[in-house]
Design a protein around this ligand. Sequence first.
Ligand code: HEC
Ligand code: HEC
Length: 86
Amino acid sequence: MNRRYVHLLFVLVCAGVLFVLFRAPPVSTPRLPPDATHADRKAYEACPSCHGRDSETAMPEDHLTPAGPVRPDHLKCYFCHKPTET
Ligand code: HEC
Ligand code: HEC
């Protein structure tokens, strides 16, 4: 193929990728409240003590194993729960 077309194809593919990314919905995972309790968002060992199944601010069932503890892929809360933007 002519080099010119290869470059054109590359540009079109990049434009397509950018188009899809810009159309993505805004972050929908609930953010951490901007209070002292949530200031150290990487202290994930402490989170379940207040957000366990029986607490008032329980995390959703899909975060937990049936036996009680947090599922291994949900241990590190800060991967998904970002601080509130200020
Ligand atoms: C001392 C108890 C306590 C600890 C520890 C705690 N939280 Fe919370 N959290 C609360 C309370 C109470 C609320 C609800 C009040 C509010 O929205 O300000 C809340 C709200 C939240 C929310 C927002 C829920 C919503 O409805 O938008 C998220 C997300 C959250 N916490 C995640 C975490 C994570 C992650 C950690 C660990 C870094 C953590 N929390 C540690 C008590 C706690
Ligand atoms: C893989 C991404 C992910 C991880 C890891 C994760 N969460 Fe969540 N969390 C979500 C999403 C998405 C929602 C909202 C969907 C829903 O309500 O089911 C949510 C909802 C919540 C809520 C309820 C907020 C509300 O408004 O009702 C709390 C509390 C919470 N998470 C706490 C935690 C805690 C504590 C941890 C760590 C032990 C954690 N999450 C780890 C993705 C995650």
